[in-house]
Design a protein around this ligand. Sequence first.
Ligand code: KIV
Length: 279
Amino acid sequence: MSQSAPPKALTATDIRARKGTTPLVCLTAYTTPVAKIADGECDLVLVGDSVGMVLHGLPSTLAVTMEMMILHGQAVARGLSKALMVVDMPFASYEESPAQALRNAARLMAETGCGAVKLEGGCHMAETIRFLVQRGIPVMAHIGLTPQSVNALGGYHVQGKGEDAAQILKDAKAVSDAGAFSVVLEKVPAALADEITAQIPIPTVGIGASAGCDGQILVIDDMLGLFDQFKPNFVKRYAHLAQDATRAVSAYATEVRARDFPAAEHIFTDKTAIKGEKS
Ligand code: KIV
């Protein structure tokens, strides 16, 4: 019997310590089997509020609820043993006050077992991040394109172009100073992402940002080609599972209609009945 201890999951402190070392591999997951696949390679698995669009067919992340995040968080937790699990705080679960954020972040941690939460916002969320961190809740920040603000931003555009770059840099410094253990940089120009990565002491995790970030994250259904309603131009498709699934369903339908499925190996024969024996 093996004497080795079970693998220990990474913590927010471990992720923080990876600044400037080997790139952090991060993906989203929303279900147990996909979490198991991601756990084999990832340092951090995010139960993103993208679950609303990717699995529930919602038009944006705005209608995602605490209950959805808890249900998917619990499913993902069952598939992870090594990666840090981070759960997104859904829209309107933290913006009202630091006390509201604490109540909901603590609930996410208690009910899913996640090691950290993620929330969107820069300077204006710094006070809340500090409040949570001082009370024992590791926080991953998310700046640049913040999808929960899609209506205020006027769409899913690149953020931080030209003079707007200074504000994103301020946001990065504010969340870092407030105690976030890492920060997602979404859809910002590569030079700005590199500048932020050089200037702040916590790992930057890019999505549509720069290969120079301290890590990368993608929505797993995007990179597997499972969610193919649209493809943001920063996504690389590493597989085409929706096409494969469509082909498989079509082959199944053809075989059922032709009575080719089930075949002999998929059905049960009652040999005792044939031989007239009693079992
Ligand atoms: O919800 C999500 O999947 C995210 C990632 C895109 C970073 O926030």
